[in-house]
Design a protein around this ligand. Structure first.
Ligand code: R5P
Length: 283
């Protein structure tokens, strides 16, 4: 294995050594430098293609624009699909990522994509906490299937919150809960926390319905604006995320726990390189 340097003098990007017939993995997460990171990734892939790499895999722990996956209002871009088009055009042969907002994004491209899941890592963490009367809570109907996977693996009940948000930039409102949370310890699971609006609203309604202790976990801690401050001040006991996005920026966020998914990515990279099963990583 070799790590390849590239130089960028703002005029041209140069791969510093030969990659001819190599199996190359380029790692770039989609946040916080979303647009700059994406363009840099595309240019590196283009340079690798012209340097005759045999296969190029774009490794994107957080997939940029992942929530832009459908035409749910007039005059919008389906940017997650555009990103896959751009990767393919640049010369990527595969995509490796984690917990896409909706699984069908994996089918946007004509090149294979592998999607890792936080579930085994987060379930191990939850089990170690040995919480009595545990309920897994889904913050909205769209995340119910994902949350059900956690509930099934942990063999605990599921509660689903009825969240309404009519536009992406609008405040989320939860009006009801399907399932029994009274007196229960609840663990909210989500794919990402961005403004924190959904999470704060979930905490409010779970408390209103009589939940005991609250915990939350998400794969991608975007945590923009006041999200971290608001979660820190909330009734939550612990907020767990992963390092798909760098979390080094939150020194005062005492309720934050960051799970390392680096081993899962390195195992997946090894499996792709060796041509062995990736789904085995989720057993
Ligand atoms: C929504 O469909 C997602 O699963 C998350 O709940 C959402 O992205 C969180 O966004 P925010 O933190 O801005 O409420």
């Amino acid at each position: 294995m070799k790590y390849i340097k590239f130089s960028n003098c703002n005029i041209k990007v140069k791969i510093e050594e030969s990659v001819r017939e190599d199996d190359v993995f380029v790692i770039q997460s989609g946040y916080p430098a979303t647009n700059e990171g994406l363009v840099e990734l595309l240019i590196i892939i283009d340079a690798l293609k012209y340097a005759s790499a045999s296969r190029i895999t774009a490794v994107m722990p957080y997939f940029p624009y992942v929530r832009s996956d459908k035409k749910d209002e007039p005059r919008i871009s389906i940017t997650a699909r555009l990103v896959t088009d751009l990767l393919e055009t640049a010369g990527a042969n595969r995509i490796l990522t984690m917990d896409l907002h909706s699984p069908q994004i994996g089918g946007f491209s004509r090149i294979p994509s592998d999607q890792l899941h936080i579930r085994p890592v987060l379930c191990n963490y939850i089990q170690q906490k040995k919480l009595d009367d545990l309920v897994i809570a889904a913050p909205d109907v769209g995340s119910a299937k994902r949350a059900e996977g956690f509930a099934r693996r942990l063999d605990v009940p599921l509660a689903i919150m009825d969240k309404r948000r009519y536009h992406d930039d609008e405040k989320a409102e939860i009006i009801n809960i399907i399932g029994d949370v009274k007196g229960k310890n609840c663990f909210i699971v989500d794919d990402e926390v961005s403004t924190g609006g959904s999470m704060i609203e979930s905490i409010r309604i779970l408390k209103e319905f009589g939940a005991q202790d609250l915990y939350a976990g998400c794969t991608h801690g975007i945590l923009c604006g006041d999200a971290a401050v608001n979660i820190e001040k909330s009734d939550i006991k612990e907020f767990i995320t992963t390092n798909t996005i760098d979390q080094g920026r939150f020194a005062d966020f005492t309720k934050l726990r960051v799970l390392n998914v680096g081993k899962m990515f390195s195992d997946a990279i090894a499996a792709i390189h060796m041509g062995t099963s990736i789904s085995k990583l989720f057993m």
